[in-house]
Design a protein around this ligand. Structure first.
Ligand code: AMP
Length: 458
């Protein structure tokens, strides 16, 4: 299918052509016609599938027609809610890219940025606003925003929004908009909490479901290295980053402090490296992402929250220096590479004490991550029986194959899997990455997690 079949108008098609997209992605092909027809939509699609354009393009098409509102409202006609600032920035950038040949007044309302510019944005007529719920509520409470002419409400990464505790805020924001609005809900996962949200906010929605995580992950080669300790991880990392095929990599660390430390050590060794985490102010975060996009940074050491929604083209490798505790975060992390049809490599380090996380991840993705051993950097203690020192032999499965929905987090007992969408599981994921990072930091300071220093690689 070509974009011209989607009945988008000329300025939008011209902008798409400029992006070099040959054809709509499956989510675009399915969601755009329904959204253009004015239907409410529940779209299940992961990041990296082209989901942003799937709602931005129909929204722009709507904005190409003058507002039918007869009132004097200057408020937005389209509102996109996103869980994180990074994602909001990316959606805002996508609006500028796809709306390049249209006269669209758009902007972002997000935390961590000065109020002044946002007040100015809201004091003038505006067509489209991308916002994080917290800051938007702030402006609403001060009476600075008028939703009376709102036509489309988009909930992007709605599952993340709930996980991050924005459920009430989303309800309040939706209640402030006209009941006649069209609502488009995009989510990576569908569970009972999402179904309830959809029931509250959507009218007769049509469902569009695109390739689950397994298909999305197909473009990504996953590898696992058993590591005895930090020093061993550092030696493996040092070996991997000497590969010239690694042109742009994100290295995930579980804490902000370690992200800083690791980035500092890598820079000291002469690598173009930088950290990205939630303690950095928004301008510093934006600058770092921009430098990564421009190729000035080759190794970005990031924490989960800061990297969520991060869309930098050409990430060749994702390295999980520490495994995430939450299996869904694993999918989000490695989805930074292998985007929009490109291939990518995701390499995870796992020490013996990360075995529970590893099992949980493998059960969630429904496959065993093939283990590799670098000659000379063999682990003293193999993670599982089948490693055998081979350089690329797949490891024995730690979970049931082909059952991605049987994931159970934090479990060391593979015998009693529970569906990943079960209530208690969602409870496990309701702690957002930022809180997890904080707890992790606190534990470390109490000395419970042990020494986590990155020592210089010889
Ligand atoms: P998203 O899932 O929205 O984060 O998009 C992931 C990446 O896919 C972004 O870098 C987009 O620029 C890119 N993209 C979106 N639509 C297409 C398309 N039809 N063809 C190729 N790339 C696309």
């Amino acid at each position: 299918m070509s974009f011209s079949k989607l009945q988008l108008n000329e300025p939008i098609l011209k902008a798409i052509k400029l992006c070099g997209y040959a054809a709509p992605t499956p989510i675009q092909e399915q969601a755009i016609p329904k959204a253009l027809a004015g239907q409410d939509l529940i779209a299940t699609a992961q990041t990296g599938t082209g989901k942003t354009a799937a709602f931005v393009l129909p929204a722009l098409q709507r904005l190409s027609v003058p507002s039918k509102s007869t009132g004097r409202s200057k408020g937005p006609r389209v509102l996109v809610l996103t869980p994180t600032r990074e994602l909001a920035n990316q959606v805002t950038a996508a609006v500028s890219t796809y709306g390049k040949f249209m006269r669209i007044r758009s902007g972002a309302i997000l935390g961590g940025m000065p109020y002044f510019e946002q007040q100015r944005l809201l004091s003038q007529p505006v067509d489209l606003i991308v916002a994080t719920p917290g800051r938007l509520m702030d402006h609403m409470e001060r009476g600075r925003i008028d939703f009376s002419r709102l036509e489309i409400l988009v909930l992007d990464e709605a599952d993340r929004m709930l996980d991050m505790g924005f459920s009430e805020a989303v309800d309040t924001i939706a209640a402030a908009t006209p009941a006649s609005r069209q609502t488009l809900m995009f989510t990576a996962t569908m569970d009972s909490a999402m179904a309830k949200l959809a029931q509250r906010l959507l009218k007769d929605p049509v469902r569009v479901e695109i390739a689950g995580k397994k298909t999305t992950l197909e473009a990504i080669e996953q590898r696992l290295h058993a590591a005895d300790d930090m020093q061993h991880k550092n030696r493996i990392l040092n070996h991997l980053i000497s590969d010239s095929a690694m042109t742009r990599a994100i290295i995930f660390s579980s804490t902000k402090r370690n992200a800083d430390q690791l980035a500092g050590e890598l820079s000291a060794q002469g690598h173009s490296a930088a950290a990205l985490h939630g303690d950095m102010n928004q301008n510093a975060r934006n600058r770092t992402i921009m430098n990564m996009r421009r190729g000035k940074i080759r190794l970005l050491v990031a924490t989960d929250v800061a990297a969520r929604g991060l869309d930098v083209a050409g990430i060749t490798h994702v390295i999980n220096y520490d495994l995430p505790k939450n299996a869904e975060d694993y999918v989000h992390r490695i989805g930074r590479t292998g985007r929009a049809g490109a291939s990518g490599i995701a390499i995870s380090f796992a020490s013996f004490r990360e075995m529970d996380s590893l099992r949980s991840i493998e059960r969630y993705i429904g496959q065993s991550i093939p283990q590799q051993v670098i000659p000379g950097l063999e682990p003293a203690r193999p993670l599982r029986r089948s490693t055998g020192g081979s350089s690329s032999r797949p490891a024995q499965s730690a979970g049931r194959r082909g059952t991605p929905s049987s994931g159970r987090r934090y479990s060391s007992n593979p015998a009693s899997p529970r569906p990943f969408w079960s209530k208690s599981d969602r409870k496990g994921s309701s702690e957002d990455g930022y809180t997890r990072e904080k707890k992790w930091d606190a534990k470390r300071q109490g000395g419970k997690i042990g020494d986590y220093r990155f020592s210089k690689v010889r």
